[in-house]
Design a protein. Structure first.
Lengths: 438, 265
């Protein structure tokens, strides 16, 4: 009875069996640590005992952890070096229904809130995937909220189902080279053709992430020239349409970090887009696209947090293990205290992000918490990533230790989707009641 | 013979396989408080297999339809966690048999087997798929005892399960010393699962959410006419003695003289 003999083994030998990779996949590289203290978390791989999480947030965290644990630090390092879109990661998430986390049931979604989506995005980033992993699915999680809210039944069926199933990927085209954050000054134009079935689009877009890998684009263009509208927020229209590289010139922008997920400029002239690809009413595009902006800030903030925690985890583990002058470097307060400080700042930002998420799900439309949370999360994450590199010393500058990649990636949530300065302007005006400064 | 499968999948919530277990202070068992728990890995295989039997029928690869998959677990207040996992993977409903948490792996296999017999009879089950053992107590007895109590055929440590016809002929492959052995039996029967049977899926997000709404009934041992009687008494649980390090020898001559010194040569 060899199989019986094989069977009567200890837990350790099961883990050591030929099937070890399979179980590692279930649990992740972290050898289980005991949860003796609530806050043993900073060195723990995707701990799941934040006391403030709701039951459904906890469920999401636990379940997405299993999938993320399949994608090792080495995987993300390689994707970055090879500039290769993490298509298998995207596929794995799509296959288990993750892309529909916020989408309606009838199209294959799970209809959970931003509070759950934020946990998902934080966890994806925190697993070591960082902004590369997060950005590969980010747009698909919430970008189509305008379609959910303003699309027709036919459009929702046509667009949401393939998106949730992972058969189509979408990118998001708003920003233009000549106007940056001044969205209302968009210059790309769409003119309706005579028979009315098509619009004719001409113009350019910049910072369009995943356009090389997307089949669809949600694009905002002007349908009524600026001098013909009463308010600059009028006259813009939103389309969700096929992104055909033979019609639209897509040029990748070489950039500092997140090389695996492309970012592009788009040029297009006489791009014919079917009229029934318009989302909502003509000239209402700006109002429509505003819907969901706060949610996006919350998700980006959560992604930044994940990266910050990943960096802190690496730093704390390294500081505890690395011995110089006969002692662990983490014994030195000059190493230990900045990491402690980073943990406090990340946690503070996390509480604000999840507060903003909860309020969003309850229908609160204000942007102060979403914006402030994104600001604080990105700054705390940046500091954590920088300190992680410094804690590692020379090793921190080597790609092999991953933290330099985090540092390059963490600039994204500091800059996008809205700069720190614009967030301060928002708080200055809306919360402090001070005059508009720009 | 009924033409539909009504499958019972007993599962257990155990200390996560990756955790290094520690002996509790009282030396009565393993410390469980505050330790990560999950679904026993062998039970994951049996749920997966039950769900595949259903899917195979839908894809016309298996002649018998699966009418119902009942997941069951005996344990303390956190037991529903693993039952929800089982339902997220595809079980239709679940029974939580309420027994107090204990450091020694819970009720003894015979108690569990008797309870399962009660469930099989009350719920008109015709196939029981169990993990071959739980990784906490490592007893590996429950499935066999259950088959004995029911007087049903059993196939243990399955590496492949195949329903051959509508009459309920089942072929089970398992690994033995000399190679692979194939057993054939007719339903009703008991099958225990081994690691190579399948690769359990991750529950998809929609299924995880749906599982929260599937029926989970709380029951007691008494509902199935069983009491938690212990025949074994744990006297003491201790860590294995720490290994002492070996010595190093310079070369082959050193090795030979060392072996001679120890009387090994």
């Amino acid at each position: 009875m060899a199989s019986l003999a094989r069977g009567l083994t200890s837990r350790a030998s099961i883990a050591n069996s030929v099937l070890r990779p399979y179980y590692e996949r279930l649990i992740g590289p972290n050898k289980g640590r005991r949860y003796a203290h609530t806050h043993a978390r900073a060195v723990e791989y995707l701990q799941n005992h934040d006391t403030d999480l709701t039951e459904s947030q906890r469920t999401v965290r636990e379940a997405i952890t299993k999938t993320c644990a399949n994608y090792s630090d080495e995987y993300w390092l390689k994707q970055d070096e090879l500039k290769k879109f993490p298509a298998d990661f995207h596929r794995a998430l799509a296959q288990d229904g993750w892309l529909g986390i916020c989408m309606p049931h009838e199209y294959g979604g799970s209809e959970l809130g931003i509070a759950e989506a934020a946990v998902m995005m934080q966890t994806i980033s925190e697993s070591g995937g960082g902004m590369t992993a997060a950005s590969s699915v980010h747009m698909n999680i919430f970008g189509l909220e305008p379609v959910v809210k303003f699309g027709t039944e036919e459009q929702k069926k046509r667009w949401l189902e393939p998106l949730i199933a992972g058969k189509e990927r979408a990118c998001f085209g708003v920003t233009e080279p000549n106007n940056g954050l001044d969205t209302l000054k968009l210059q790309s134009l769409a003119r309706r053709e005579k028979n009315g079935d098509y619009y004719n689009l001409s113009g350019q877009k910049i910072w369009i992430s995943t356009a090389q890998n997307a089949q669809k684009i949600l694009i905002l263009v002007r349908t009524t020239p600026l001098d013909e509208v009463q308010k600059p927020s009028q006259g813009l229209s939103l389309f969700y349409t096929d992104l055909d590289p033979s019609v639209v010139e897509i040029t990748e922008i070489p950039k500092m970090g997140r090389a695996a997920v492309d970012t592009n400029t788009l040029f297009f002239e006489n791009w014919r887009v079917p009229a029934n690809d318009m989302v909502g009413k003509e000239n209402d595009g700006f109002k429509i696209i505003l819907h969901g902006m706060n949610a996006e800030r919350i998700l980006i903030g959560a992604e930044a947090l994940g990266l910050g925690y990943a960096a802190l985890r690496k730093a704390a583990i390294y500081a505890g293990e690395r011995e110089v002058f006969g002692r662990a470097i983490g014994k030195n307060q000059a190493i230990q205290h900045p990491l402690a400080d980073s943990w406090m700042k990340l946690e503070a930002a996390r509480l604000m992000i999840y507060h903003a998420a909860r309020m969003y799900d309850q229908g609160y439309a204000g942007g102060e918490y979403a914006n402030a949370g994104k600001y604080l999360a990105a700054e705390a994450a940046f500091e954590a990533c920088e300190r992680a590199v410094l804690t590692h010393g020379g090793m921190g500058y080597a790609k092999e230790y991953h933290v330099e990649r985090y540092l390059r990636e963490v600039f994204i949530p500091r800059i996008a989707p809205v700069s720190r300065e614009m967030i301060c302007n928002y708080i200055g005006e809306r919360v402090l009641g001070l005059p508009k400064s720009y | 013979m009924a033409s539909k499968l009504r499958i019972l999948v007993p599962v257990k919530r155990v200390i996560d396989y990756a955790i290094k277990p520690r002996i509790n202070k009282a030396q009565t068992g393993v410390e469980t408080a505050g330790v990560k728990h999950s679904l026993n890995p062998f039970d994951e295989l049996s749920i997966e297999e039950a769900v595949r039997l259903r899917e195979n029928h839908k894809n016309k690869k298996s002649p018998m339809e699966v009418e119902n998959i009942l997941a069951l677990s005996a344990g303390g207040p956190k037991t529903p966690d693993v039952l929800r996992t089982a339902m997220a993977m595809g079980a239709d409903r679940a029974f939580h048999i309420d027994v107090p948490e204990s450091a020694d792996g819970g009720p003894e296999p015979l108690t569990v087997a008797k309870m399962l017999r009660g469930v099989v009879e009350k719920e008109n089950i015709n196939l029981v798929l169990l993990g071959k053992q739980a990784i906490d107590g490592d007893q590996g007895q429950t499935g066999q005892m259950l088959a004995g109590l029911l007087g049903w055929p059993q196939a243990t440590q399955a590496s492949k399960v195949e329903i051959k016809d509508e009459a309920g002929t089942v072929e089970v492959t398992h690994e033995v010393d000399g190679g692979i052995e194939t057993l054939r039996a007719k339903l009703p029967m008991v099958i225990t699962t081994d690691l190579r049977l399948n690769e359990p899926r991750y529950a998809s997000l929609p299924n995880i959410m749906k599982a929260k709404k599937k029926p989970l009934e709380k029951k007691t041992l008494a509902d199935f006419g069983v009491e938690d009687k212990r025949r074994l008494k744990t006297l003491k649980v201790t860590e294995p003695p720490a290994r002492t390090g070996g010595g190093k020898v310079e070369d082959v001559d050193g090795l030979i003289s060392k072996l001679k010194e120890l009387g090994a040569l």
